[in-house]
Write a protein that binds this ligand. Structure first.
Ligand code: K1U
Ligand code: ZN
Length: 169
C-alpha cells in the first residue's frame, strides 16, 4: 500500500472528466487500497481518483465517527440515480482546496449505484454526511470542485488564498 500525493487547485487534471472503469482488475483493487490509505493519512472523509492524478471513475468514503468501527466504501463507477427535492446545507472542505471551507447546498438524500472491488453491483440510499460526501466525490469525477457551487466572489477569495499558500510553500 502507498500514500499518494494529492493534487491541489488549479491543477488542470482536477477539471477533467474521469473515464468509466470497464473491468475490476488487481490494479484497480490496489488503487482503491492506496486511496483509502491516502484518505486516512490526509485525513479526510472521502477521496476521488482524479485527486491523485488518475482519471478513472473511482471514489472512497469513510464517514464513521471516532469510536465507531471504521468502514470505507470503495465505489467504482458510482452514479446518482435519484435525488430528493429537499436540500441540505453543509460546510464543505476539500483536500484539493486545502484550508478553505464554504457552505454548499445539495439534495439531502440520494440513491447511488456502484460496483465494489469484487465486481458486485450495489445500490444505497445515502443521507446526512454520506449524501453530501458522495455527491462531492462524484463531482470530482466530472471535473467539478465544491468552489464551483459557490459565488464567484467567494471562489476568487479562496483561489487567491490558495495561490498565496502555494507561492510561500
Ligand atoms: O474530496 C475531498 O477532497 C475530501 C473531503 C470530503 C468532504 C468533506 C466535507 C464535505 C464533503 C466532502 C474531505 O475529507 S475534507 C477534510 C474533512 O472534511 C475532514 C477531515 C478530518 C476529519 C473530518 C473531516
Ligand atoms: Zn474534494
Amino acid at each position: 500500500m502507498a500514500i499518494l500525493p494529492i493534487l491541489t487547485a488549479p491543477d488542470p487534471v482536477l477539471k477533467k472528466k474521469a473515464e468509466h472503469v470497464e473491468e475490476v482488475t488487481d490494479e484497480i483493487r490496489a488503487l482503491l487500497d492506496d486511496m483509502v490509505e491516502t484518505m486516512y493519512d490526509a485525513p479526510g472523509i472521502g477521496l476521488a481518483a482524479p485527486q491523485v492524478g488518475v482519471l478513472k471513475r473511482i471514489i472512497v468514503i469513510d464517514v464513521t465517527q471516532e469510536g465507531e468501527e471504521p468502514f470505507a466504501y470503495k465505489m467504482i463507477n458510482p452514479e446518482v440515480i435519484w435525488e430528493s427535492e429537499e436540500l441540505s446545507l453543509y460546510e464543505e472542505g476539500c483536500l484539493s482546496v486545502p484550508e478553505s471551507f464554504s457552505e454548499v447546498e445539495r439534495p439531502s438524500v440520494v440513491k447511488v449505484t456502484y460496483t465494489d472491488e469484487h465486481g458486485l453491483a450495489h445500490e444505497i440510499e445515502a443521507d446526512g454526511l454520506l449524501a453530501t460526501c458522495v455527491q462531492h466525490e462524484i463531482d470530482h469525477l466530472n471535473g467539478t470542485l465544491f468552489i464551483d457551487h459557490i459565488s464567484r466572489i467567494k471562489r476568487s477569495i479562496i483561489m487567491r488564498k490558495l495561490n498565496k499558500m502555494k507561492k510561500s510553500a
